[in-house]
Unconditional design. Structure first.
Length: 549
C-alpha cells in the first residue's frame, strides 16, 4: 500500500499517452497445453453416441445376373476411450481413440446376399473395435487490405487408423468365409462392405462436425474484437476498443495478445489540470509463469488509459447535492472545525460542495489489494454565502488508494468483486482556509469522523458496492481457483492465474435474450458474450465503471 503521505504529493512529471492512442499490448491471455488437453472431456459431446444409418446396398451387373449385398436396420455406436490435445509451433493437434460397434447380438443388422446361384440372409453385428483419428488445427492472425486483423483457421485432413479384424470382430449368422470366397469371384467383399460402412459413418459424423469448424472458430474469434460505447452517465460515454494483435502457438500452449484503447469526450471541468494523456509506462507483455491452466494479464497502460478517459470526461466533476445523514449546511463545518466558523455563521446557512479533480487516477497492481486505484489531488471546495456573495471557505485536497479484490469460491463458482475503501485509505490536506486558518489541523484530523457521509456521495460516480457473479462450468469442468498478483518485471501488469478441474458447481450463464439460469444466481454478468469477456478479463471496469444513483 502506498504511504498516505505520498498520496498528497503531486504526481511526478512523466511521459503520457495521448488520448485515443492505440496500445499494442493491452492484454494477454494464455491457455496452457494441459488446459487444452483437459478440454478433451468436452469433445465426445460433439459426436452423437448412437448413429442410425440408412439402408445401403451394393450390386454388380454381370449381364446374366446381378449379384449384390443389402444391409438394413443399421445402428452405429461410438464411444470415446481417450482424447489427446497437444500444441506444436503453429498448430493444435488432436488425437482420439474411439470404440465403434455396429449393432449388437440382441439387435443385429439385416444382411441379405444374392450371389446368382442363390440368396442368403445373414443377420449379424460387429463387435466394438478401436479407431484412432488424428487431425490438426492451424491458427494465425492475418491482416486485410484495410489494416484490420482477423483469424484464419485451417483444419487438417482427418486420418483414420482402424483396428478392425474381420475374422474376429464381424459376426454373421451364416458361413461367412465360404460366402466371402464365392462373392470374391463376383467382385464383392462382405469385409470391405463393413469397412466402408464404418469409415463412411465416421466421415459423415465427423465431417458434419468439422465442416463448420473453421468458420465457427473464426466467427468466435472475431467476437473478441470489441468496439463498444459504454454510457457511464447521461452525456458521459466511454469508448472501448479491443482487437487481437498477435497469436502464438508453441509447445506450451496458446497465447493471445490483444491491443486496444479507451477514450471519452473531454470535459471543460478538468481542462486546466489535463496532463495531456494517461500515464505511459512502456510496459511489455510479461513472459508466462507456467502457473495455472489459464494465465491472463492486463497492462497498467490500458487500465490507466481507461481511468484517464473517465476522469477526462468529467465523471468526478459535480456538485454534491446530498449527504448521507447530514444536512448540507454550515453545521458540517462544526463537525470538521469545531467552533472555528461559528462567529461567521451564528445560524446555519446552506453550503455548496463542488469537486475539483486535479489529476487522473492510476492503477496500482503491487499494493495491499488485488487492484489499487490511486487517486491524487481530488479537491473538494466548500462554499457559503458570506457578506452577500458566494465565498469559498475551504478547499480540501484528498489523496487515497481505493482497493479492489477478486474473491473466488471454487466450491460454488462465485466470483466476488469487493471494494475496499475506508477512512484509513485517505490522506487530507487543507489547502485554502482563509477565514479560520488555525483550524486546518483539526479539520484534517476530524475528516475520518464524517468519512462515510462525505466521501460516499463524493466517489459514488467512480466506486460502488461489491459485485458478485457466478462463473459457469462445462460438462463438470470449471475453474477451481484463481490467483491474482502483480506481474512483469516492474509489477506493471495485473496477473491472473486460473486453475481448471472437475467441479461440483453447475453450468450457468445467460443466453442471448438475457435469460439467466440457476447458474446466474447472485448476479448475471450480462446477456452479451462480449460483456462476459469483460467480466473475466477487466474486473477493474466492473468495479469502477458504474452509474451513479
Amino acid at each position: 500500500m502506498i504511504g498516505l503521505a505520498t498520496l498528497l504529493l503531486p504526481a511526478a512529471l512523466a511521459d503520457t499517452l495521448p488520448p485515443g492512442s492505440v496500445i499494442d499490448e493491452a492484454l494477454s491471455a494464455r491457455v496452457s497445453e494441459d488446459a487444452l488437453d483437459s478440454l478433451g472431456v468436452l469433445v465426445p459431446g460433439f459426436i452423437p453416441a448412437d448413429i442410425p444409418v440408412d439402408d445401403i446396398s451394393e450390386s454388380v451387373d454381370l449381364f446374366i445376373c446381378e449379384p449384390g449385398i443389402w444391409m438394413s436396420n443399421i445402428q452405429v455406436d461410438v464411444a470415446f476411450s481417450w482424447v489427446d490435445i497437444t500444441t506444436v509451433p503453429g498448430e493444435i493437434q488432436l488425437a482420439a481413440g474411439l470404440d465403434i460397434s455396429i449393432n449388437s447380438p440382441s439387435n443385429p443388422f439385416g444382411l441379405d446376399l444374392d450371389y446368382c446361384l442363390g440368396d442368403t440372409s445373414c443377420p449379424g453385428y460387429v463387435a466394438p473395435f478401436e479407431v484412432v483419428i488424428n487431425t490438426s488445427l492451424g491458427l494465425e492472425i492475418l491482416e486485410d487490405g484495410e489494416g484490420n486483423k482477423y483469424l484464419d483457421a485451417t483444419l487438417g485432413a482427418l486420418d483414420y487408423d482402424l483396428g478392425l479384424s474381420p475374422s474376429d470382430d464381424i459376426y454373421l449368422d451364416c458361413g461367412i468365409q465360404t460366402l466371402e470366397e464365392v462373392l470374391g469371384y463376383l467382385g464383392i467383399s462382405i469385409y470391405d462392405f463393413v469397412f466402408d460402412l464404418a469409415i463412411g459413418t465416421l466421415d459423415d459424423s465427423i465431417g458434419d462436425l468439422t465442416a463448420d469448424l473453421e468458420p465457427t472458430i473464426e466467427e468466435a474469434f472475431s467476437a473478441l474484437t470489441i468496439s463498444e460505447e459504454v454510457e457511464i452517465l447521461d452525456g458521459v460515454v466511454l469508448d472501448i476498443e479491443l482487437f487481437p494483435s498477435d497469436l502464438v502457438i508453441d509447445d506450451n500452449g496458446i497465447q493471445l495478445i490483444m491491443g486496444g484503447g479507451a477514450d471519452a469526450p473531454a470535459s471543460e471541468c478538468v481542462a486546466a489540470y489535463d496532463p495531456g494523456g494517461s500515464l505511459l509506462t512502456e510496459s511489455f507483455t510479461p513472459d508466462p509463469t507456467g502457473e495455472g491452466a489459464i494465465e491472463a494479464a492486463l497492462s497498467d497502460e490500458f487500465a490507466n488509459q481507461a481511468l484517464y478517459a473517465l476522469w477526462r470526461s468529467g465523471l468526478l466533476c459535480y456538485e454534491i447535492a446530498d449527504l448521507q445523514g447530514l444536512t448540507l449546511d454550515t453545521g458540517l463545518l462544526g463537525l470538521l472545525a469545531g467552533d472555528a466558523f461559528d462567529e461567521l455563521f451564528p445560524e446555519a446557512s446552506p453550503i455548496a460542495m463542488i469537486t475539483r479533480p486535479g489529476a487522473p487516477p492510476t492503477a496500482v497492481y503491487d499494493g495491499a489489494n488485488d487492484i489499487g486505484v490511486d487517486i491524487r489531488d481530488l479537491g473538494l471546495d466548500i462554499y457559503a454565502d458570506l457578506d452577500g456573495r458566494s465565498t469559498r471557505l475551504l478547499n480540501l485536497d484528498l489523496g487515497l488508494e481505493a482497493g479492489v479484490d477478486l474473491n473466488f469460491d471454487g466450491a460454488t463458482g462465485d466470483l466476488g468483486i469487493g471494494i475496499n475503501l475506508d477512512a484509513d485509505s485517505f490522506a487530507v490536506d487543507v489547502g485554502h482556509n482563509e477565514y479560520a486558518p488555525d483550524s486546518s489541523e483539526a479539520i484534517a484530523g476530524n475528516f475520518a469522523g464524517v468519512f462515510d457521509s462525505l466521501v460516499g456521495p463524493l466517489l459514488d460516480g467512480l466506486l460502488g458496492d461489491s459485485l458478485a457473479f457466478t462463473l459457469p462450468a462445462f460438462e463438470g469442468l470449471g475453474l477451481t481457483s484463481i490467483d491474482v498478483d502483480a506481474a512483469g518485471a516492474d509489477s506493471d501488469w495485473l496477473g491472473l492465474n486460473a486453475y481448471v478441474g472437475l467441479v461440483a458447481y453447475e453450468s450457468g450463464g445467460c443466453d442471448e435474450e438475457g435469460n439467466c439460469d440457476t447458474g446466474c444466481e447472485g448476479g448475471c454478468a450480462s446477456s452479451s458474450g462480449r460483456s462476459r469477456l469483460a467480466m473475466f478479463l477487466f474486473p477493474i471496469f466492473l468495479a469502477l465503471v458504474r452509474r451513479r444513483d
